[in-house]
Ligand binder design. Structure first.
Ligand SMILES: Cc1cc2nc3c(=O)[nH]c(=O)nc-3n(C[C@H](O)[C@H](O)[C@H](O)COP(=O)(O)OP(=O)(O)OC[C@H]3O[C@@H](n4cnc5c(N)ncnc54)[C@H](O)[C@@H]3O)c2cc1C
Length: 502
């Protein structure tokens, strides 16, 4: 009864980018009796980048009841088994490694040997501790096989997607409107506050006033409601994540369509290559303290072999950090308006989904009051900071020393205490995975993900040629793992065929 009294009757979402339409779809699915309106500006438009996801995008589509075949073709989407990291390390044998998603169950047969060999390698033994030998997803990506196994295969694979962000927005807008969300086109010029400090309405440039009981700020980096009107503070990550700009260019897709993102370290940042059905999306994420837009564009064109091409580049600025409170008064910020971690791990959609899903849970559990507001804000801050630490770890652990940018990242003293501790454990604990579990240090990433990254960059002591050990035993165990992975691979279909069958 009390719940029904408190429940907002009308929610207004400001902003129609991916975040706004994801929020609209989840709210209308969860609370079908509530009126949901979304207002977006045609003049301002959407950011229009963000084409890679984690497995959270699948969770989102499952939550709103949409299958792969219903949206993937419409959004030129492809499957994603993980990310290749190229040239982040200059250590011989570690110039490239593959980073899978870490939720699958098959690797209980392979990861224990990975950890065993990491321990041995830490003691100086000359054994294989490169992550590429231990994950099925790496094999699938090398062979360009998709992540959907035959029905008889007993293990699940966690996978993400690549997609055209403009088309995804259009798909989600249509789906939400079919479910009853009202869409208004207009420019918000004013946010009206009541005596309690709550937002009472927003005003459009044609003087229309839109009232609601609750507001979702999805207005992108502008953060019109939460940061501008409610004055919630922004906490920058600039001291640990130097990149603040990007230049973006499409290029021709190759066949077969790759099933992974490629992240290549360049002079002052890194370049993504994201395979869609009709093109590659490419971008160079860089730090403007170290290079400028024109140099970055030239370097990206050289990297892509597009120096002669007249295809136009887009230049973007990024505000990296998070707000101190994501839910304040009667307003929740979602998407770029709540914060952004640079796109190395493509986590923005995951954070968007987690924010909305967690908000729905907390608001309902608290009978639509503010009972769990503080706990919610702390939880989302922890998720942001946890992902921040993981992304920072890539930079701290990089093994390039060729430019000031890479040297400054490696020497950066501002990393969090938690990250310092994880790096200490990696170097000094004989049971890295066990300690990560015991001390609850993993955050959004499992111990095997941290190990994959650190082993991938080759963070090991020098090999000891005098060390005595049974080389044949190690080789035999490794051969068994390779054989197991290869046989698992027989249950998977070519990525190209999967896409065609959609
Ligand atoms: C370089 C780069 C790469 C990225 N890569 C990835 C990636 O690989 N994976 C990933 O998950 N994410 C990525 N992201 C993040 C991703 O782009 C965003 O999280 C996602 O697009 C959601 O954006 P948004 O909806 O919050 O904001 P936007 O797309 O900016 O939408 C804001 C909306 O608010 C509206 N608006 C603004 N002001 C007003 C106003 N006054 N009145 C009315 N409406 C208004 C706009 O019209 C628009 O509809 C990347 C971001 C950048 C910058």
């Amino acid at each position: 009864m009390q719940q029904a009294q408190n429940k907002p009757k009308h929610i207004l979402i400001v902003g129609g980018g991916t975040a706004g339409w994801m929020a609209a779809n989840l709210l209308v699915t969860q609370w079908p009796d509530m009126a949901v309106t979304l207002v977006e500006s045609k003049d301002i438009g959407i950011i229009g980048v963000g084409e890679g996801s984690t497995p959270h995008l699948k969770l989102f589509f499952d939550a709103i009841g949409v299958a792969d075949k219903d949206w993937m073709t419409a959004c030129n989407a492809t499957y994603k088994n993980g990310i290749w990291f190229d040239n982040w390390s200059q250590i011989k044998g570690h110039e490239s490694y593959f980073h899978p998603f870490a939720a699958q169950t098959d690797d209980v047969f392979t990861v224990p040997l990975f950890f065993k060999n990491i321990r041995a390698r830490m003691q100086g033994l000359d054994v294989n501790a490169h992550p590429d030998s231990y994950f099925l997803e790496t094999y699938l990506s090398e062979q360009v096989l998709g992540p959907l196994p035959a029905e008889s295969f007993p293990f699940g694979i966690a996978y993400g997607y690549h997609f055209d962000s403009g088309l995804l927005g259009q798909f989600l807008a249509k789906h939400a409107q079919q479910k009853g969300v009202k869409r208004i086109i207009g420019n918000v010029t004013d946010v009206l506050l009541g005596n309690s400090g709550n937002i009472s309405a927003v005003k459009l440039d044609d003087h229309t006033q839109l009232n609601a009981d609750f507001f979702i700020d999805c207005s992108g980096f502008n953060s019109l409601l939460l940061q501008q009107a409610l004055k919630v503070e922004f906490s920058s990550y600039k001291d640990t994540l130097f990149n603040d700009a990007a230049v973006v260019l499409p290029s021709e897709i190759t066949t077969p369509t790759p099933v992974a993102t490629r992240s290549t370290a360049l002079t002052n940042g890194w370049a993504w290559q994201i395979p869609l059905r009709n093109r590659f999306g490419n971008g160079y994420v860089y730090a403007s303290d170290y290079t400028d837009a024109s140099q970055a564009e030239t370097e990206l064109r050289q990297h892509l072999d597009l120096t002669e091409s007249d295809v136009e580049a887009r230049h973007l600025k990024m505000k990296v950090g998070r707000v101190t409170k994501h839910w304040q008064q009667n307003c929740l910020a979602v998407g770029l308006s709540q914060g952004f971690i640079e796109p190395l791990e493509a986590t923005a959609i995951a954070l968007t989904f987690n924010t909305i899903a967690q908000f729905i849970r907390c608001f309902e559990q608290g009978q639509f009051t503010h009972q769990y507001q503080d706990a919610f804000n702390q939880d989302i801050n922890k998720r942001f900071d946890g992902i921040r630490d993981y992304v920072v770890c890539h930079y701290k652990a990089n093994q390039r020393r060729d430019t000031n940018y890479w040297r400054d990242n490696a020497n950066n003293p501002h990393i969090s205490d938690k990250l310092k501790h994880i790096l200490h454990l990696w170097q000094h604990s004989p049971d890295f995975a066990g300690e990560m579990h015991k001390q609850q240090l993993m955050g959004s990433y499992q111990a095997k993900s941290w190990a994959c990254m650190l082993a991938g960059y080759g963070i090991f002591p020098a090999k000891n040629p005098q060390a005595q050990f049974d080389k044949h035993l190690y080789q035999h165990e490794l051969n068994n793992v390779h054989d197991f992975i290869r046989r698992c691979g027989l249950n998977f279909t070519a990525h190209q065929a999967l896409l065609q069958n959609l």
